[in-house]
Structure formats: C-alpha cells, structure tokens
Design a protein around this ligand. Sequence first.
Ligand code: ADP
Ligand code: MG
Length: 615
Amino acid sequence: MAKTCAFKAEIRQMLDLVIHSLYSKKEIFLRELISNGSDAIDRAKYLALTDKTIAPEAPEWQITLRADATAHTLTVEDNGLGMSAEEMEEALGTIAKSGSKAFAEALKAGEETNIPELIGKFGVGFYAAFMVADTVTVESLRRGENQKPARWMSAGDGEYTMDEGTRTVPGTAITLHLRDDQTQFAEEWTLRDLVRRYSDFIAYPVYLEVEGKEKKDEERKPLNTMVALWKRPKSDVKPEEYEAFYRQTLRGVGEPLKVLHIAAEGTLEYRALLFIPKTVGMEMLMPGNKHGLSLYVRNVFIGDEIEELTPSWLRFLKGVVDSSDLPLNVSREMLQDDAIIRKIRADLTNRVLKALAEMAKEKPEDFETFTVALGDFLKEGFHSDWENKEKITELMRFKNLKDGKFTGLKAYKEAMPEGQKAIYMLTADTEQAARQSPCLEQLKAKGYDVLFLTTPVDQFIASELYEYDKTPIVFADKGDLGLDEDEKKKELEAAKETLQPTLDAFAKQLEKTVKEVRLTSRLTDSPCCLVQDPEALPPSMRRMMEAMGQTVPEEKHILELNPDHPLIKAVSAETDETRRVDAIDLLYGQACLAEGTLPPDPARFNALVAQLMSR
Ligand code: ADP
Ligand code: MG
C-alpha cells in the first residue's frame, strides 16, 4: 500500500532552493550518492563482524552505476547495508535533519557558490540528486534477517511516496530520472570522468554498466583506482587530492592549513592523514562536542568520531587513522583503554606539535592563522595535557603591549632589556582595555613589554602561568611588581607616614568594597587603581561566570594610591569632610571604570561628576 507524505517544512524549503539554484557544478550529486553507497558498505562490513546474518554470502562489496541514455535514467546501486522502510523514512523524509534548515539559510544568504561545502557541512548530500533529476526513486532491502524491501519516490515537489518495493537483493538502488537539460549524466564518458575526478579513492570498486552496450566479463574494470589516499606514498599524492579528500570525505571547509601524511614504522605501525583546518565552527569550542578521527583497521572502517585517538584539545583535527595492529573485531568500548590506541594518540600528538613548531619557525603567517583560529585549543592543552605542557608552552602566543603582535614567551624573554627580571602579563577583556590599564604605567615608563591575556581561555590558564624558563611571570595588576629599588622603597615608606590619615580615610569610606588601601609606585599618570588580591578571580572571569548564572563569592579588591599624584595630595589636604568623602568616591569610581567594571553606585558617581562639572 502506497502512502504519500509531505516533507518536513525545512526539507521542502531546502529542496526548493537546491533545485532552483543556479549552481553550475550540478555534477557533485554523483559523488554524494557514491559516497552514501560507500558509507552503507562500510556499515554493513562493520556490522557483519559481529552479526552473521548481515552478509552470509560474503559478497564482493561494490557500487554500480547503470546508465540509460535513451530513457534518461541513471541508477546508483550498492550492496551495502540497505534501509528498512522506517530507516528510509527517517533518513529521507519526515524527521528533518537539523542540517536542512541551516543549509537553506546559508543558501538564501547567497552562499550559492559554496554548495558542495554546504552540502557536506550540513549532511544533506542525498538531496543533491534533485539538482539533476525530476524524479528520484530509492529501492532498498535492508541486510539482516526478516527484512522487507521498501521504495521511496519523490519529484522533489514537497511530497514523497512510500510503498513496499520489489528489490530482492540486499542493498540500495537510487534511480534518477534526469531533467531534460541534464541528460549528459547518462553518458558513459561523463560518468567515467566524474568518478575519476571525485570518487577515485572510494575504497570499493565503482562499476559502470551502459544500457545497450554488451557486457564482456573480462572488460569489467572499476572506474576508480580505490587506493585509499593515506595508503599511497606521500610523494605520489598531489595537493589537489589532499584537498579534495579533506572537503569531500572529511567534510572540511575551505583549504586545510596543514596536511600531515603519516606512515609510522617500527614498533608502532600505522598510517594517518591529518588535517589542521584554517577555521573551526563555534560548536568546537565546547569540549563535550563530538569530534575525533576516523579509524580503519586493515581496510575495514571501524567508525568516525573516535575520540580516543586524540587528546580532547586536538579536537579540531580532521582525518583518518589506519592501523593493522588492532584486532578487526575491535569495538568502540574496547578502544577506551587499548594500549595501541594510546600509543597512536601519543605519537599523533607529538607529530602535530612538531608540525606546529616547524610552522611557527618556517611559516609565521600560517602560524598566525593558526594562533588566531585555534590558539585557544592549544591553551586548553596547556591546561590539560601534562605530558606535552612544555612543548605547548613554546607554541602559545599572546598579544603584546609593544607592537600588538602575537608574541611567544621565548621571544618575549629574548627581547627583555637588561635589568628586567620578570615576564609581565595582564588579563583583561579586550586588548584595548589592557592597553589602557593604569596598572601598566610604571612598566611603560621602564620600557618593559607586557603580554595580554584577553580570551576566556587565556584567563582560565592565567593562574597556571607563574614561571617560564626560570623567569617568574608577574601579573601587572596583582601584588608587587618587584620593580622598586631601595631608594624608591624608602620614598614610599616616607610618603606612607605623611599620607596615613588619607589612607585611613579611604579605608573607612570604602570599607565595604575594598579589602585594603595602600600606596603604590605602579602608577605614574593615574591617581589610583584597583589591583587584585593575588588569590582572587580575574574580574573578567568573574563576569563570565556570573553571566553563566554561577554564584561567585564576593571578593574585595585592593585600592592603590599614587602618592605623587596632585589629586591624592589634594584629598590629603582637604579639610571639609563632605568634600573629602565625595572625592574618595569619585576616585574609586574612576578606578572601577579603568578596570572595566561599574562603580558600586553608578547614580551617585554620575551625580558627583555633574556636580564637579558645574563647579
Ligand atoms: P549523510 O550522508 O551526511 O548522512 P545524506 O543526505 O547523504 O547525508 O544521506 C542521508 C541518509 O540517508 C544517510 O545518513 C543514510 O542513513 C541514508 N542513505 C542515503 N543513501 C543510502 C544508501 N545508499 N544506503 C543506505 N542508506 C543510505
Ligand atoms: Mg551522504
């Protein structure tokens, strides 16, 4: 009994856009269908490892293209896992894949030239068939016991029909009735050319059968060479081939930043093809997000998103690992504490770090791209990957005060002027805020450079940065900068005596908000500034946690006064009690603003400023 159903709104909208798009490379539909066939064979082979009913006949796994130039049809057939009626409906019809809507939106936003990338990104490859076909029929018989065939049909017009179907051999056949202006896709030479261009490294043979052409058995040769890219010698692979693999198979976007083609030999033997992308989506920043490389064991696809193959901080990597040391019946659960997997992970991590170190040295521009796009991952690794902490430390970059360039700790240290004894850093929400911080005045006067920690990840690792290569790391807004010579110290001591009543007045007035009031030599131009209790959370971190709805314990700052500043001197000379209180509140409000937070009572602060102006 046939039933007709309406597509989910998102799918309908997407189909409409795909069909009417002016995208000229409609040919990519073929590689999508072939890759789906290959996926289905991968899944069948994998399930067959543990379930004897999946492939008792031990078939030659294959994909067949059947072209009929007179009838204007093209069929893409595979003997993979197949789909039951329910699976078919779920995969191709009602349950909208979350990608459809996003895909449609990207298309509407005019990203038409990126159709192949978008298709990959949102996992809507099957629907590309409608770019060239006015009807698509899917006939399938699921592998396994007691399965019934199923058929799905649609003209891409908002509806699809399902009925029992007639397929008798396991697998799936997708038949396209080509649009009048797309009939070249039923022609032999077009198909040969397309398979070679787009699907050459598909691991299963792709055969071509042309209607009306006699089949000679000895001439039956696959259109593709089938050698997995990572199995080929490195010297043999062209950059375009890596890129095609990156985009088509791994669903990478744009060009990769760096390709690592690994053939490990010796005690640990494996092959791998890894790609460092140029950018990653926001979702990647969430450590819980699915990620991981694909794993093959002796040509059998075990699975993708194998998280065990890389440390979590390397989750931006895309690629494939192929090992012949693992047992074929390895399950996902077994991977978790498999010694070989652990060794591969350590080796891969090492190689990636080495490649990055090389990039930093030889291709600084590429390394800057890496720093901007993926530097936060590296810093996450600094926090979590103890074994590689030193190597990672060398690769971390921070914007500096001197020229706003990304600077590593090594370069910073090498450029330190004589007499500078510490590496100075400052956490702030933005580079601009950091630059304007009054805490830097004395450092600027000395001509010392400062590294800025401005991303949430930077601030997260700040507490772990206390030393580099035997040089202490000092935060410009915490504690003592260690810059004062004995003479300066004596001066401060002397100033303290005369200014003690002023310090007391500040302390009394700000009792509720400030932990301590003291004199400083940190400042040259500003009257005062807020510094952190060395144990306290950085203010930006605190705001972030508050924004995430977490309760953060109340922490008081330290207020530092510049004894040489005329305003501080004026407060100390003030005899009128009210005016002194107002001045203290004004100065404190300014210090808050300089640090990037609001004064405790913004309305009062405003009123005081207005009063001051009217005077
Ligand atoms: P993706 O391949 O990214 O999942 P597609 O739109 O290409 O997205 O395919 C959608 C789904 O349809 C697949 O995930 C799979 O479940 C099913 N499918 C498509 N083609 C086949 C096939 N030849 N054999 C079995 N299942 C298939
Ligand atoms: Mg697909």
